[in-house]
Write a protein that binds this ligand. Structure first.
Ligand SMILES: [Zn+2]
Length: 224
C-alpha cells in the first residue's frame, strides 16, 4: 500500500512537471510582439502598481523562478530573465502577481507566509518519526506521521489559492499593459502558466493521500 502510494504520487508529480516542461519548451520559442524580456515585463508590472521595493534578480537553473516575500525579491531563472518569449513573460508576470498579492495584503499569501516556518520544521522532523516508532511505539509514530502529513497538506492547500490568484492577476495585468500580443501569443502564455499551476494541484493531492493513509493506519485500519 505504501509503495503504491509512493510510486503513484511520484508518477503524478512527474506527469505534472512533464506537462509544465512541455508547455514551457514549446512556448519559449514563441516571441512576444512587445519585445520585452521577462525582467522588463516584471519591472513594468511592478512600476505600474507603484511597487518600488522589490528587486528583480536572475538565478541560474531551469524554472527556478519564485517570489521571496520576506526579502522582497522577485527571482527569475536566467532563461526567463533575459528571454523575450511569451513563456518567459508569462512566468515573470506570475511571479509579479505574487508581489501584487503581497502589496494588497492578500490573505491566503499572508497565511502561507505565516505557515512556512512550521511546515519547514515539520519536514525536518518527518525522517525522525520513524525512529520514534522503532524506539517507542509504532502506533505513536503513525499518529505523529498523520499529524505531520496533515500540516503539510494544509500548507499545500493554502498554496492553491495563492498560485491560482497570482496567475489570474498575471493574465489580467499582461492584457492591460499589452506585454504579450493578443490571440496566439496570449493563448500560448496561458498554456504555460496554467500548466505551472497543475504542479501545485499534484502536490496537494499527494499530501492529501499521504495524510489519509497515515490517518487510516493510526486509527487502526492496518493494511500493509
Ligand atoms: Zn507562484
Amino acid at each position: 500500500m505504501i509503495w503504491l502510494l509512493f510510486f503513484g504520487t511520484m508518477a503524478l508529480s512527474g506527469l505534472a512537471s512533464l506537462l509544465v516542461r512541455g508547455a514551457f519548451s514549446r512556448y519559449s520559442k514563441t516571441p512576444s510582439s512587445s519585445g520585452l524580456t521577462g525582467a522588463q515585463a516584471a519591472q513594468c508590472i511592478l512600476s505600474n502598481a507603484g511597487i518600488r521595493d522589490v528587486t528583480i534578480l536572475a538565478q541560474p537553473g531551469a524554472l527556478t523562478d519564485h517570489y521571496d516575500p520576506s526579502n522582497r525579491r522577485l527571482v527569475l531563472s536566467e532563461e526567463n530573465f533575459h528571454g523575450t518569449s511569451v513563456a518567459a513573460i508569462g512566468i515573470a508576470a506570475h511571479e509579479s502577481g505574487h508581489a501584487l498579492q503581497h502589496q494588497a495584503r492578500y490573505a491566503p499569501l499572508e497565511l502561507r507566509m505565516a505557515a512556512v516556518g512550521i511546515t519547514n520544521a515539520t519536514g525536518m522532523i518527518i525522517p525522525f518519526i520513524g525512529m520514534a516508532g522503532y524506539f517507542l511505539s509504532p502506533r505513536l509514530a503513525l499518529i505523529l506521521m498523520a499529524g505531520a502529513m496533515g500540516i503539510i497538506m494544509l500548507f499545500q492547500l493554502i498554496t492553491l489559492p495563492v498560485e491560482f490568484d497570482a496567475t489570474a492577476r498575471a493574465k489580467r495585468v499582461v492584457g492591460e499593459l499589452g506585454l504579450v500580443g493578443p490571440g496566439k501569443q496570449t493563448a500560448g502564455m496561458n498554456r504555460v502558466i496554467d500548466a505551472a499551476a497543475l504542479t501545485y494541484v499534484a502536490a496537494f493531492i499527494s499530501a492529501f493521500l499521504y495524510f489519509a493513509y497515515y490517518l487510516l493506519q493510526a486509527s487502526g485500519g492496518r493494511r500493509d
